[in-house]
Design a protein around this ligand. Sequence first.
Ligand code: NAD
Length: 351
Amino acid sequence: MFEHPDYQGHETVLFGHDPESGLRAVIAIHNSARGPGLGGLRMRDYASEHEALADVLRLSRGMSYKNAMAGLPHGGGKAVILGDPETLRTPSLMRAMGRLVESLGGRYITAQDSGVRVEDLRQLAQTTAHVTGLKASRGPDGEERTGDPSPATAVGVYHGIRACLEAVFGSGDPAGRSIAIQGVGSVGLRLAQALHAAGARLLVADIHAGRAQDAADRFGAEVLPVASIHAAQVDVFAPCALGGAINGDTIDGLRARIVAGAANNQLARPEFGAALRNAGILYAPDYVINAGGVIDVAAQLGNYRPQQVHARVVAIADTLRTIFREATSNGLQPEQVADRLAEQRMRQPSA
Ligand code: NAD
């Protein structure tokens, strides 16, 4: 276990089994120096237990970096339930998961992730107090937010893209800029809406053809094939689908000056960061630019003030500006600067 390639200094890994409801779950807490581990609960039909363990360990470590960079008083944690959400999701399973979360006495706070709906979290909340992302709140844009972190994530990515444009072109104004969005789901579609309103020219691709067409109808976006969206001749390529968008098959085809999007783990391997820099492409570290959602759900643990939360999400752009400046002056890649800053913060308790 301790030799597992993804273990990497985890504080706690808890395996839970509840035969009555069929629950099989793992909770991982990577680092809690800044505060209780905060990160979503994912439910997925993993190919193997090994795959589930690797997933939860990588994700909880990623949350330590994301939460530290977002300045949150939280460490990194994550939980997974093993099983197909479509067939295994039951109220009793969620209540059993809640008991497992509760057994950690607040050292891990859970929230929504893929395969888990707000209704599931409500069941889970019957047996634990350590859950967030359930409150209905209204953002400064007037949009109601019930647990779904994607509106806040999209706001952060939009402002992050502006910081990238500023660094590369001297102006952060998206008007007249061309932006290729890979995946127009919960985050990508909202991002498209904001960029369109700001006057950007959009190109989109989605494996669900209807979603891409929707973006075309609503925002005048040009629909591109899924296989070639990464190679569009644009100012910004915004990965908003799955992880690993920058990989051995796509890296040589990139024509954008900037890679900045919502997806987690955009670099399939760390060395692709150097390849981007060598190609003169500015990369916005994924866990920095996509932290809007966790900033929002963390705020729901206290007295939720929409304007304050919005300001914190917009400030992701300032963090990126700092990272880009340091990268330039120290000859580093942006993700290297981000990792260093996050690791520094992870060693210090938050104020
Ligand atoms: P989503 O499932 O709502 O949207 C993803 C979209 O990508 C879907 O429309 C899907 O059809 C499409 N897609 C999948 N594979 C594709 C491919 N190969 N090419 C083109 N399109 C493809 O997910 P989301 O909530 O919008 O999240 C998008 C990404 O951002 C994910 O990687 C997620 O982990 C990450 N993220 C999301 C949030 C959030 O608040 N939702 C926060 C941080 C990070």
